[in-house]
Design a protein around this ligand. Structure first.
Ligand SMILES: [Zn+2]
Length: 144
């Protein structure tokens, strides 16, 4: 496993992405939904890897939801950086990490693939994320 560290700008939210894959081989997805377009976000996940999100101050973590509300988009209230998205539909949450939030973002060098999921049903969206997103753990300094 290699580890890729990152987080928001002010340090309230930290990311640790663990993967056996070489960063240059990992698919980068540029979601074409209105939210991701506005952030210019490029996302990654390794279903066999893992993401750990560590939050210093939960009150400064905004969990934005929209559309089908099957995921939360984690945005720091302190510095405004969007760092990851996490599913909310089951007890086994899955996540994507935002490439630009990782310190070694330049290692993830594949050309982004534009993806558009607007026509997806709720059931197929949940199934896709379960298959393609990665296991995630969210740690808070206050909730342990
Ligand atoms: Zn921040």
């Amino acid at each position: 496993m290699s580890e890729h560290i990152g987080g928001c700008h002010c340090g309230n939210i930290r990311l640790r992405f663990s993967t056996k894959l070489d960063p240059s081989q990992i698919e980068i997805r540029a979601c074409q939904c209105a939210f991701c377009i506005k952030h210019g976000s490029r996302a990654l996940a390794d279903p066999d890897g893992r993401l750990t999100v560590s939050v210093e101050d939960e009150a400064r973590l905004h969990r934005y939801r929209f559309g089908l509300r099957t995921a939360e988009y984690l945005i720091c209230r302190g510095c405004g950086v969007y760092v990851a998205a996490v599913t909310t539909d089951d007890r086994d949450p899955r996540a994507i990490a935002i490439v630009n939030a990782l310190d070694d973002r330049l290692q993830f060098s594949r050309e982004p693939v534009a993806v558009d999921y607007d026509a997806e049903s709720r059931a197929s969206r949940i199934a896709r994320r379960r298959a393609r997103w990665m296991p995630v753990e969210i740690r808070s300094a206050f909730t342990g």
